[in-house]
Design a protein around this ligand. Structure first.
Ligand code: ADP
Length: 333
């Protein structure tokens, strides 16, 4: 699965919903994307039309769903949520599209997983707010054009490059969401702690931010573990309490999750630090190459544990150090 490796219980999802920012102003970081979206929404409102279609690209947990919700809230229109895996036939998409009300915001998560036949229907829908519905089979088949209400599509994908060009080109605006830096994660945490009524010192915030893998979703989840810990042990959410809580849950000091660690272990131990090709690596950790490339690697590269070279993925000197291993003598890592 492409989603975060943490179990997504209903409770976690409810918790996530409660902490979602409801406006662009509340949305932390991603300054450039926020500014661009603000302009796009304002211009559309002034011209009294549905905003351009928006593509949001980036690893899980960086705020794509949240932004889709904000686009609907800020433009005062209803929101319909769907996902690529749920659209396995053109008919699935036709049912959604034909029931949209004027101006409705349609969010399609993991849009790169949509069925090919639906993709083609979407081209026409995005461009002309129209679809052709095929009726009958073989020689007697005819297509009936169907007018749609103007809508705004917000598509989310882990990497824009996963979309076929004709689909990518039909988005008026593409935003690439980046991992958050620690001060930004601290702001996410300060806001969430306020909402939870949890007192959190600057040091405690920094400690959680450091281990959040550049990801607001993870920051909020760790905060929840810290809150549980504080609830049971009392004494406030001190740095010591934060450390104890996070250690209890095996949270890596760099914020690496299970899959990150599995990938690094494979590169280091099985392939002597690399270079190792993407597909070989994916097979050895039992994940899809796409997930490794668009979910796992971007963070490992960003924190300097892994580099991509033409010959494959290579572990850095810091990687050997972080895992307490010695690089093989011959490797110039
Ligand atoms: P994605 O759709 O990219 O996987 P979500 O939009 O579901 O990510 O965000 C996951 C969680 O992180 C949500 O609970 C949301 O409240 C929080 N979050 C994400 N981005 C931000 C942000 N910029 N500021 C505050 N909270 C955020």
């Amino acid at each position: 699965a492409i989603s975060s490796p943490d179990p997504e219980s209903d409770q976690e999802l409810a918790f996530e919903g409660a902490l979602r920012p409801k406006s662009l102003d509340e949305f932390v970081g991603q300054t450039k994307v926020r500014g661009q979206l603000e302009l796009l929404l304002k211009a559309a409102a002034m011209q009294n039309r549905a905003p351009d279609h928006i593509l949001l690209a980036g690893p899980p947990g960086l705020g794509k769903t949240t932004l889709a919700i904000i686009v609907a809230l800020e433009s005062g229109k209803p929101l319909r949520m769907s996902s690529g895996p749920a659209i396995q036939h053109a008919g699935d998409l036709a049912a959604v599209l034909s029931s949209l009300v004027p101006g409705e915001v349609l969010f399609i998560d993991e849009i790169h997983r949509m069925a090919r036949s639906a993709e083609e229907m979407l081209y026409l829908a995005m461009e002309d707010f129209r679809i052709d519905i095929m009726v009958g089979k073989g020689a007697g088949a005819t297509s009936i054009p169907l007018e749609l209400a103007p809508f705004t599509l917000v598509g989310a994908t882990t990497r824009a490059g996963l979309l076929p060009n004709p689909l990518r080109d039909r988005f008026g605006f593409t935003a690439h969401l980046e991992f958050y830096d620690e001060p930004e994660l601290e702001r996410v945490l300060a806001r969430a702690a306020d909402l939870l009524g949890l007192e959190l010192s600057g040091d405690s915030r920094a400690e959680i931010a450091r281990r959040s893998r550049g990801t607001p979703r993870i920051a909020n989840r760790l905060l929840r573990r810290v809150r549980d810990y504080e609830l049971v042990h009392g004494g406030g959410a001190s740095v010591a309490a934060v450390q104890a809580a996070l250690e209890l849950y095996d949270v890596d000091p760099l914020g690496l999750d299970r899959l990150d660690r599995a990938v690094m272990h494979a590169v280091l131990m099985r392939f002597d630090g690399g270079p190792v090709g993407l597909n070989t690596l994916a097979v050895s950790v039992g994940e899809e190459a796409e997930t490794i490339e668009s979910v796992v690697e971007p963070f490992l590269v960003r924190i300097g544990l892994l580099t991509r070279t033409p010959r494959g993925r290579v572990a850095s000197r810091e990687a050997w150090k972080h895992f307490g291993l010695r690089p093989p003598a011959a490797s110039g890592a």
